[in-house]
Write a protein that binds this ligand. Structure first.
Ligand code: GDP
Length: 461
């Protein structure tokens, strides 16, 4: 792997608590680095054999016994980080585990930074960047499907797709660059059609990986829905109906929902982050004004907006622009909106989805539940959600952006070839496409990107 510009590994031996904070039957500290074995032996008082469970007492450098438990030694390179790793498994109390970490630091280890174990595994080529990110995603998964897909990425399912794309691009680059470097061979790109064909095949493959990655990211990160609308239209009631809890306060007095409420729920394994906003109206009340300011910040980053309208009022006849004149100025035309005609138990309208071009409406009753299924189906459909299968892998927005950029370079290269027969420009676009794909697995990533990714991990990962 080419690790361009990477900070090299330091020689320190690092230590951290590997188990979750709090109390548990067992708690583990993990050491990694060249002195891990010696430090493990000092604390356990035993000579550590590879991959053998030693039952022993753990003591500090003054020979005070801290705990008893199991010491395990995994010599590098056959360990998680690729270095010598020692695990000390004691009792799961925060104070005991802190004492073990201090004992290790007193004899030469230093506390690990956030994500440093995974970072070392990456720098030692044990895993690539997409796999390292999958570790964090697996741990942070909020649904079973998200966990399964992260596990597949950790096994390398996503990296394999990216590597195959990279290999195909490498082959094509070799061919194109050879044609440029050795014009006497007279390889005619356009006449032999091979390059154009390969570019088409690559394009299709890239789009298919992009689609899979989008789905993986959706399972992992979910969709952010903002519930907006006039006071008393039924926004809080809709949030409660979707989440199945009385989370928001529902009252008949205007302006009750003064703050932005967040709710995380699952829709067939897809995480939904629902944000209920304060009644978006002008107000002289300072607290309410603050709620309104926050509401607009949330709306600006939404994947979709549910604009709730009271179907017993004349508002149902209005267009989205009339219902919500601020939309254009605050959001632009691209943020998708679904209009909810609520309270059909009173207005007597038929429940269900009515769509005409961009004007999508769902008639429902947040109170009786009529039409709620139509809304759930609509949400899954507009996010291109499919039930996860054995090919689903997890992905992040960062990966999707890289795949999109790679697709743009490929399209630009194709255009150069078809329009101008420009081999040199095609070669440059292919090089850029190659580099962009390299940032996904970390084959070509900057220090800043790596720092950003690993610092978002917890200590001990
Ligand atoms: P918000 O201000 O938009 O959050 O509105 P609320 O959810 O607090 O609802 C305002 C009032 O409308 C409350 O009295 C609710 O019980 C009532 N309401 C909300 N949804 C429905 C519905 O589907 N049918 C009926 N009949 N009343 C509803």
């Amino acid at each position: 792997m080419i690790s361009a510009g990477l900070s090299k590994l330091d020689n320190d031996t690092i230590v951290a608590i590997a188990t979750a904070p709090g109390r548990g039957g067992v708690g583990i500290i993990r050491l990694s680095g060249k002195d891990a074995k010696a430090i493990g032996e000092r604390i356990s008082g035993r000579s550590l054999k590879p991959r053998y469970a030693h039952f022993c007492q753990f003591s500090d450098h003054s020979k005070n016994i801290i705990d008893s438990g199991i010491a395990l030694y995994f010599p590098g390179p056959n360990s998680f980080t690729g270095e010598d790793v020692v695990e000390l498994q004691g009792h799961g109390g925060p104070v005991v585990l802190d004492l073990l970490v201090k004992a290790a630091c007193a004899v030469g280890a230093r506390p690990a930074r956030a994500g440093e174990f995974s970072e070392r595994a990456f720098l030692n080529d044990k895993i690539d960047l997409a796999q390292a990110e999958a570790i964090a995603d697996l741990i942070n998964s909020t649904t079973e499907q998200a966990a399964r897909s992260a596990s597949r990425s950790l096994q390398g399912a996503f990296s394999k797709e990216v590597d195959e794309l990279v290999n195909a691009i490498t082959r094509l680059r070799v061919y194109v660059e050879a044609a440029i470097d050795f014009p006497e061979e007279e390889i005619d790109f356009l006449a032999d059609g091979k390059v154009a064909q390969e570019l088409d095949a690559l394009e299709q493959r890239l789009q298919s990986v992009l689609q899979q990655a989008r789905h993986g990211s959706l399972l992992q990160e979910g969709m952010k829905l903002v519930i907006a609308g006039k006071p008393n239209a039924g926004k809080s009631s809709l949030l409660n109906a979707l989440s199945g809890q009385d989370r928001a306060i529902v009252t008949a007095i205007e302006g009750t929902t003064r703050d932005v409420l967040h709710e995380h729920i699952q829709l067939d394994g897809m995480p939904l982050h629902i944000v209920d906003t304060a009644g978006l109206r002008d107000s002289s009340d300072e607290v309410e004004q603050e709620g309104i300011r926050r509401a607009w910040n949330e709306i600006a980053t939404a994947d979709r907006i549910l604009l709730v309208v009271d179907s017993t009022s004349a508002d149902v006849k209005l267009s989205i622009e009339q219902l919500w004149p601020e939309k254009e100025e605050r959001l632009g035309p691209d943020t998708p909106v679904t209009v909810i005609h609520n309270k059909i138990d009173i207005s007597g309208r038929k429940p269900g989805l009515h769509a005409q071009g961009n004007d999508v409406r769902v008639a429902l009753s947040a109170r009786s539940g009529a039409g709620m299924d139509a809304l759930r189906e609509h949400l899954k459909e507009c996010m291109g959600y499919q039930v996860a299968n054995e090919n689903t892998f997890s992905a992040r927005r960062r990966h999707i952006t890289a795949l999109q950029q790679a697709a743009e370079y490929l399209a630009a290269g194709q255009a150069q070839l078809l329009d101008a027969g420009a081999g040199e420009l095609l070669a440059e676009d292919l090089r850029q496409c190659h580099n962009t794909l390299g940032t996904i697995t970390g084959a070509l990533s900057s220090d800043e990107l790596l720092g950003e990714i690993f610092s978002s991990f917890c200590i001990g990962k």
